[in-house]
Design a protein around this ligand. Structure first.
Ligand code: PRP
Length: 223
């Protein structure tokens, strides 16, 4: 009998949407829909086991092999630089990483720019590529408050609809990178479960294209 395939899902709306896709391609696990506080669910018939984990922990479970595959935002993958294979762009959770601030904020090399963010590595890398010296102010949420209170000059954060920025009188100044949810795999596990994982990718890609949602067709197996 086939081994279980362990799948780490990010708790929350993105994870629920990803599960709906997995269910749609034959990796369903009905017990996951029960209203309880369990975190691990398995389906003995189709040999899948799901874990609900904190979104920023998905890549840790996959990197360490506790999960064979996982669903994670590209923002987290870029920030953590995890040693995993990125198999597929799921075309959900589409947004962008941006520099934002007050209209007319000047980003120049004249002085050190104070950048508030949950994503220090992405911010450092971006401004390094622009040869702009920065000071990182690391926060864990409600980043938009920092420039309003003059604690930072700009923020680096996710922009989806732009509503949060608008309602706080801020605006996107520069786009750093487009973001969406990715299917990732543990490197060793990929070698052992290659066929099953590739089949999973093929079906998810087909489903994604059927739904005609999300960003362009950059859904390649980049390993
Ligand atoms: C994210 C992000 C922005 C907001 C962007 O915050 O940090 O604040 O969503 O979405 P919008 O462009 O559609 O308004 P999240 O809800 O994750 O909460 P956080 O402030 O705790 O990061």
């Amino acid at each position: 009998m086939a081994e279980y395939l362990n799948i780490a899902l990010p708790k929350g709306r993105l994870g629920e949407r990803a599960y709906a896709m997995l269910d749609g391609i034959g990796f369903g696990c009905p017990s996951i829909l029960e209203q309880n506080r369990k975190l691990i669910f398995e389906n003995t018939e189709n040999r899948v086991r799901y874990f609900w984990v904190k979104p920023s922990d998905v890549a840790v479970y996959v990197e360490r092999g506790a999960a064979d595959v996982g669903i994670v935002g590209k923002d987290i993958l870029l920030e953590q630089n995890a040693e995993v294979y990125e198999l597929l762009d799921l075309g959900i959770g589409v947004c962008r990483m941006a520099v934002a601030g007050f209209r007319g904020t000047r980003i120049s090399t004249d002085r050190t720019l104070r950048v508030a963010t949950k994503y220090p590595n992405i911010a450092r890398e971006y401004f390094r590529s622009q040869s702009i010296e920065i000071e990182i102010i690391q926060l864990h949420g409600s980043i938009e408050i920092a420039p309003i209170l003059h604690m930072s000059d700009v923020i680096v954060d996710i922009v989806e609809t732009g509503t949060t920025l608008r309602e706080n009188n801020l605006e996107p100044l520069e786009t750093i990178v487009p973001i969406s949810a990715r299917l990732i795999a543990n490197k060793a596990s990929y070698q052992f479960n290659r066929e099953r994982m590739l089949e999973m990718c093929r079906r998810m890609d087909a489903l994604r294209n059927e739904r005609k949602e999300g960003v362009g067709r950059d859904s390649t197996v980049s390993i």
